[in-house]
Design a binder for this molecule. Structure first.
Ligand code: ADP
Length: 617
């Protein structure tokens, strides 16, 4: 197979999320981008929202009937004893109530459709985005942040389809009530014209105060959520080391901070809501007083005053709600911005520019430099190496020398700052994550399994894995005998995170998952860290077999695995200290050849080659 030359080089950079707390800081263009996605979601929903507005129009017109009914009862029935009129009016109002109920039901149904669409569209978009984000981006925020995003989807859904949407639809029709008050009792209309701007000011002031308080509360809440998620993840360590006394002050401190902020924000909100309730009461008193004066002067009827009072309630209701709704609105805005930041974050490559076919497995690094943070010292500094197809390359070095990072960069999980990684001579930056995952099997240090059966977990390594592939991979990983020994065999449920299995069993299952798609390259990070000596020797033998037609690069400190390596790369502080055949490098590094694996009883079957220091291809 011919090795395609590098098609292009990326201008590489650290993919991070915009960490802006306000639009002003991030600039108007950035702010617009953060909000653009909501417009995209709402645009197709426009016809549905128009339906909601149309229904709201009729609901509000019907709402005018109750005050008119009262007006008629006071002015035409009570004073003139017109019982027939009363009968007609009551029948009319029953019809109005029935029609009002139907319309409200229709509006609720329509809004349910909005909720469903928003849930599906935003939820799917968020999920796909999370899957497409580079690992470095995912690592820049704590787990609690990513969990919060799914709550943000709920906030967006509830705001676009809940009480706030109804309020927004109802608000313009408040004018209808004002017009009717002007028609029935003009002086009272003027009273309300004076009061309404005061409500407007209160709503605006409340919004400003809430915004500041909400930002502070968000900061404290995220600190508390991070602690909770760490405590949940590290629950066995907390138990084992009896860390509850250490955790309690931390928990109390962060909870107290978040409670304090919540109380402060709640107090402010309550003050504004209560102010608006008092304002409503005073408006009522003023309206009734002014009305009474006009009634005494025979310029207004009793019915007009009572009807106007009722209309005032309908008019001020949405305005009152508006003051209290800022909390919802601000929550919505924050959720939209948080989601917006994610939606505009750069993604990994989705489509490949070239079809490489199955690579032979020649790996290379040219001047590879990588740093975790822009201004930090490089974790890998000008690393040059070439791994020809087949064989086992062991990466050794002290803790923190960059071995795991090197594997992740080779795997394309982290983009390099400068230099490049090549597979069969082609820069891996031009390949998609899916392609790289198909060509390179990766066994990380932390062996994560997902709830489900053993079969499901192994099959995750490749789409539509057949039973044959799963069995082959399990045998290669040395995990098949253990699986068939279980009562439910490959159907055994592994529990949350593979909790029912031992560390060694999990590690071998993860190896089987990496092998199931038969990738030409295998990157193994301490693959025997949880294995006993016997399992380690089995693994060494299996690796020798695999190395005949797979390129294996493994980080290891195990003498058993080192003894079956062909090449060694020694790292120190991100630099290559030494690289070459194991026979040369290992004695230089350790002063003596690494011990060959000593098979335990029973000895390996005669057909199985015993690993030797240079037994690999
Ligand atoms: P090794 O595998 O050789 O023990 P690593 O590659 O894990 O070393 O780490 C190399 C250096 O990079 C260490 O100093 C470590 O602190 C740092 N490092 C590792 N992972 C991260 C990370 N996600 N963010 C920031 N620094 C990291």
């Amino acid at each position: 197979m011919s090795c395609p030359v590098t098609i292009f080089k990326h201008g590489r950079m650290h993919p991070t999320l915009p960490d802006k707390s306000s639009d002003a800081e991030s600039g108007p263009a950035q702010a617009a981008l953060r909000h653009e996605w909501v417009a995209e979601i709402v645009r197709p929903l426009k016809p549905i929202f128009l339906e909601v507005i149309a229904v709201s129009l009729f609901v509000n017109i019907l709402a005018l009937c109750a005050p008119i009914f009262t007006l008629q009862v006071y002015d035409r029935v009570v004073f003139s004893g017109g019982l027939t009129t009363l009968q007609g009016l009551v029948i009319g109002m029953i019809l109005v109530a029935a029609f009002d109920f139907v319309l409200r039901q229709v509006r609720a149904r329509i809004l349910q459709t909005v909720a469903l669409r928003v849930d599906v569209v935003v939820g799917t978009r968020l999920f796909e985005k999370l899957m497409a984000l580079p690992l470095r981006t995912l690592e820049t925020k704590p787990a609690a942040f990513w969990q919060l995003l799914f709550r943000d989807v709920e906030v967006v859904r509830n705001t676009l389809s809940g009480a706030s949407a109804v309020l927004v639809a109802d608000l313009p029709f408040a004018l209808l009530f004002l017009v009717l008050i002007f028609i029935l009792a003009t002086p009272l209309g003027f009273v309300l014209l004076v009061v309404m701007p005061i409500f407007g000011f209160l709503a605006w002031y409340s919004a400003r105060a809430q915004q500041k308080a909400a930002k502070r509360e968000k900061r404290t809440l995220s600190g508390r959520d991070t602690l909770i998620s760490e405590m949940i993840q590290g629950r066995s360590t907390i138990k084992a080391l009896a860390l509850d006394d250490r955790m309690r002050p931390l928990w109390e401190e962060r909870t107290a901070a978040s409670i304090e902020e919540a109380i402060m924000r709640g107090t402010k909100n309550d003050t504004h809501v209560n102010l608006s309730a008092s304002l409503t009461m005073m408006t009522n008193v003023t309206l009734t007083t002014v009305g009474a004066l006009f009634i005494v002067a025979h310029e207004m009827t009793m019915g007009a005053l009572i009807a106007s009072n009722m209309l005032m309630g309908r008019l001020l209701g949405p305005l009152n709600q508006l003051v209290g709704s800022w909390k919802t609105y601000l929550g919505f805005r924050q959720s939209v911005e948080r989601l917006g930041d994610i939606f505009i974050a750069p993604e990994e490559l989705k489509e490949s520019r070239i079809d490489l076919g199955r690579p032979k497995g020649e790996l290379g690094c040219e001047g590879l430099t990588f740093r975790y943070a822009k201004d930090a010292a490089p974790t890998l500094d000008s690393v040059n190496m070439k791994v020809s197809p087949g064989g086992i390359t062991a990466v050794v070095g002290p803790n923190g020398s960059g071995k795991t990072t090197l594997l992740k960069v080779l795997m394309g999980l982290y983009p390099c700052d400068s230099g490049r990684v090549t597979l069969d001579g082609a820069d891996i930056a031009q390949f998609t994550r899916r392609e790289l995952a198909t060509w390179m099997g990766y066994v990380p240090q932390e062996c994560v399994l997902f709830s489900g059966s053993i079969r499901d977990n192994i099959a995750q390594g490749t789409a539509d894995a057949s039973d044959e592939q799963i069995l082959r991979a399990s045998r290669q990983a040395g995990v098949h005998p253990f699986i068939i020994d279980l009562p439910d065999g490959y159907g055994t449920l592994v529990g949350e995170g593979g909790g029912i299995l031992s560390g060694g069993q999990r590690q071998r299952l993860v190896l089987a998952r990496a092998l199931v798609g038969d990738p030409p390259v295998l990157l193994l990070d301490e693959p025997s860290s949880n294995l006993d000596r016997r399992a380690e020797e089995d693994l060494a033998r299996n690796l020798i077999e695999l190395a005949k037609d797979h390129t294996i690069v493994m980080v290891t400190h195990s003498p058993v695995l080192l003894s079956v390596s062909n090449r060694v790369v020694a790292l120190d502080k991100g630099h290559i200290l030494a690289a070459g055949p194991s026979s040369e490098i290992l004695p230089r590094l350790f002063g003596r050849p690494a011990a060959a694996p000593q098979p335990q009883t029973p000895p390996p079957a005669p057909t199985t080659p015993t690993p030797t220091a240079r037994g690999a291809a």
